[in-house]
Design a protein around this ligand. Structure first.
Ligand SMILES: Nc1ncnc2c1ncn2[C@@H]1O[C@H](COP(=O)(O)OP(=O)(O)O)[C@@H](O)[C@H]1O
Ligand SMILES: [Mg+2]
Length: 326
């Protein structure tokens, strides 16, 4: 069995009468990216803050590389880093100035701090922005300098709390590449996210959290298999062709094809056993067949299951924000 970087048993945090974290068990293998997936208010940040020793648990246990977060908090702090918390960058300083300053605080001599700073800025695509004040960075650049600052001293465990929320697709991809570099260097990454596709891209295992509880756990493949491989969305030019399109799509994609409320649209839910590649092949065959029988398609999209679809499959309710008792 592989070593566990993080292990929790019945972890609880209560705010008033709100059980923000309500008995969470986690086992995060060392050297992997572990995804914690859940909507706003699910308890992700609260759980991460307890693991990083910033918040005291009200019940249960948590260990980081075998060290208890309460009794051995110092040993835990030696091994973990949390973006935007320990390594807060100064808006008025440049990228280089920030990283060199933190390097010096970590005890590096100036030449070593400069060298590490230059390496990280290059690795994160920030060389051109090295001498600009951080307050002039874009959202994506800001997220990347935050992560760079948090790994100046390579941590054994890095907590990335929603590192791509609000970023455009290009910046998201850059952050994903950085996460891959970090884990390849041996750091264990605990990544919280609201996006199934992000967890799917990066994580080897995922825990789905809803209202302070783990409601599903497994590999991305296992999770998607329990939810379905996604859906094909089709928009026709002409509503009168919809019955014919329904027949063609049902023949190729099976019984999960349904007309939408919009009279020109249809959605086909793909079955869970299909791999992503099979799903793409089925979808392209369906498109070809529609064209072959003379049905005009205005729009055709193959979508991964969304967080809402995951929650509907697992809980019978969409991924709504947690309601807090007033
Ligand atoms: N410091 C706090 N005081 C009171 N309630 C809090 C505090 N931090 C979080 N909460 C509540 O705990 C629940 C979980 O929040 P959080 O862990 O931030 O969720 P997430 O990070 O998944 O969005 C929410 O209902 C939130 O309002
Ligand atoms: Mg949060």
């Amino acid at each position: 069995m592989s070593e566990l970087a993080i292990e929790t048993a019945g972890l609880v945090k209560v705010f008033g009468d709100n059980r923000a974290v309500d008995g969470i068990d986690l086992a995060v293998p060392a050297g992997t990216v572990y995804g914690v997936l859940g909507p706003n208010g699910a308890g992700k940040t609260t759980a991460v803050r307890m693991l990083a020793t910033l918040l005291r648990p009200d019940g249960g246990e948590a260990r980081v590389f075998g060290h208890d977060v309460l009794r051995e908090a110092d040993a835990v702090r030696q091994r973990v880093s949390l973006t935007g918390q320990y390594a807060s960058v100064d808006e008025d300083l440049t990228g280089t100035e920030n990283l060199v300053l933190i390097g010096r605080l970590l005890g590096h001599r100036k030449p070593a701090a400069r060298e590490r700073s230059a390496q990280l800025l290059a690795a994160f695509g920030l060389t051109d922005a090295a001498d600009r004040q951080v307050k002039n960075y874009s959202g994506g650049m800001r997220r990347r300098i935050d992560i760079a600052a948090s790994i100046l001293k390579t941590p054994d465990v890095l907590f990335l709390d929603e590192p791509t929320t609000g970023l455009d697709p290009r910046s998201r991809n850059q952050v994903w590449d950085i996460v891959r570099i970090i884990v390849a260097q041996g750091t264990t990454v605990l990544l919280t996210t609201q996006y199934l596709d992000e967890a799917d891209q990066l994580a080897s295992r995922i825990a789905v959290i809803d209202r302070g509880k783990v409601i599903a756990e497994g590999t991305p493949g296992e999770l998607k298999a329990s939810v379905g491989a996604g859906a094909v969305h089709v928009r026709l030019r002409d509503a009168s062709q919809r019955p014919a399109a329904l027949e063609v799509l049902t023949k190729i994609l099976g019984p999960g094809v349904k007309p939408d409320a919009d009279p020109v649209a249809l959605t086909a839910q793909l079955s869970g056993e299909d791999s992503d590649r099979e799903a793409a092949e089925q979808a392209s065959r369906a498109l070809a067949e529609l064209a072959a029988v003379g049905i005009t398609v205005d729009n055709f999209a193959l979508g991964q299951p969304t967080l809402d679809e995951v929650f509907l499959a697992l809980t019978d309710h969409p991924a709504t924000e947690k309601e807090v008792a007033a």
